[in-house]
Design a protein around this ligand. Structure first.
Ligand code: SF4
Length: 429
């Protein structure tokens, strides 16, 4: 394994997952894929997410959305009652009526997502067929797509993957061989704008983002499309894009200064931008980011951190905290390890990092209690008990809801980890 990538280097490390990876398939605590609706509905302003599920799904979605419930939210749950099991034909008719009522109230909806869940009543429904029927019922007016957010098939961030995968088939075609860059994965608008400026300065384009801000303005796709993944949990989407001729560029993710530099460098190489030109364009934003980051590295350096598997962002963030902030990695858990999409990231972790795929939450809790890291990154369900035991925690959900990608956000990301440590220090006084 090579660790020879200096911060100023824009060469992408060779994808390789030679590191020993421990695996466990026991219970773990994480949100299901429905959680993705919280950030997807904020991104696509003309889309509506209708979960076909149970009261549990409705409660889960409300607690994941937390304070972000607006007067007219663009998501809802169609609750399947047990009595609905008696006649599936009626369920489809009921779904159609519900959608009609929704469209009367919300004529601004351009795309309706029917989101499957795991109650057995829902598993018996063919939501794909329902989506086709509803699209045909509103020609030119409404696109209806179905995807699964079920906890049996998806964990937390995978809901975005299944959603985007469902959209790939509808992307319009770009003429064969016509070159374009497609950045894939939900990014905050402010981050997209920063990246747009950098790509424009590098002369890289045409540039599109997927998902788009408006679901009715889908980016074109063709054999000349180069894909740069902005999130590490989009394996199915990447494969669907490749099946339509696109090429996925190998790169670490744009987390931290080094990750952002390597990520932009991968696109620059595909566009044959001269290394000197790349260095010149990145010099200023990277220097500003290094200055801002220095405020937090003193607090983080030498501190020990452990990650429970939850968001799938664990490896890029661990890489950033170790290489740019000087933290010591005790254990890095991920829900699953996509070797192809994570190869460039794993190559940047220090040799001997304890990397875990899946997890046994009880065993991991035992290790955390024995090793007492300075900071533990975990889901909401584990944070309070660990805090009660005197361990500082960071909710992994914050990492998905906050803008953390790009040069300008590197210091904000470090601050997310420094804050609980600073708070704990103050409490000691
Ligand atoms: S795990 Fe299944 S039942 Fe629970 S909220 Fe998620 S989709 Fe609904």
């Amino acid at each position: 394994m090579s660790l020879a990538v200096a911060t100023g280097d824009t060469d992408v490390p060779a994808p390789s997952v030679e590191m020993a990876v421990a695996r466990a398939s026991s219970q773990r605590q994480a949100f299901c894929g429905l959680a993705g609706i919280v950030w997807l509905h904020r991104k696509m302003q003309d889309a509506f997410f209708l979960v076909v599920g149970s009261r549990t799904c409705a409660h889960m979605l409300q607690s994941a959305a937390g304070v972000m419930i607006f007067a007219a939210p663009r998501f809802a749950t169609a609750i399947m009652e047990e009595r609905d099991l008696a006649g599936l034909a009626d369920v489809h008719a009921e779904l159609d009526r519900l959608v009609e009522r929704l469209l009367e109230r919300r004529p601004d909806i351009a795309t309706l997502f029917l989101v499957g869940s795991c109650p057995s009543e829902v598993l018996k429904l063919d939501l794909g067929k329902a989506a086709e029927r509803l699209t045909q019922a509103h020609p030119g007016r409404l696109r209806v797509l179905a995807y699964s957010g079920s906890g049996l098939e998806t964990s937390f961030t995978q809901g975005e993957d299944t959603c985007l995968e469902a959209m790939v088939g509808d992307l319009p075609s770009r003429p064969a061989g016509e070159r374009a860059l497609l950045v894939v994965g939900t990014l905050a608008d402010v981050v997209e704008d920063q990246f747009s400026r950098l790509f424009a300065a590098l002369g890289i384009g045409p540039l599109h983002f997927f998902p788009p801000r408006r679901s009715s303005e889908l980016p074109p796709l063709g054999s000349g499309t180069q894909v740069l993944l902005a999130q590490p949990f989009l394996g199915r989407t990447a494969r669907a894009l490749e099946a339509r001729g696109a090429q996925v560029l190998a790169a670490p993710y744009p987390i931290g200064i080094e990750g952002t530099r390597l990520w932009l460098g991968a696109a620059a190489r595909a566009w044959e931008v001269a290394e000197a030109r790349l260095a010149e364009i990145l010099e200023r934003p990277a220097a500003r980011a290094e200055q801002a980051l220095a405020r937090y590295t003193a607090e983080l350096a030498g501190k020990r951190i452990a990650f429970f598997p939850d968001s799938q962002l664990e490896i890029p963030i661990a890489r950033f905290l170790q290489r740019e902030c000087g933290m010591e990695l005790l254990e890095v858990g991920v829900p699953y390890l996509d070797r192809r999409l994570m190869g460039a990231e794993v190559a940047l972790l220090p040799t001997g990092t304890r990397l875990l795929e899946g997890a046994d939450v009880d065993e991991q809790l035992e290790r955390v209690r024995a090793e007492r890291p300075d900071l533990t990154v975990c889901g909401l369900g584990l944070a309070n008990p660990l805090e009660a035991e005197g361990l500082a925690t960071k909710w992994s959900i914050e990492l998905v809801f906050s803008p953390i990608q790009g040069f300008e956000q590197a210091a904000d990301l470090a601050e997310l980890f420094a804050r609980p440590l600073i708070r704990r220090e103050r409490l000691k006084v």
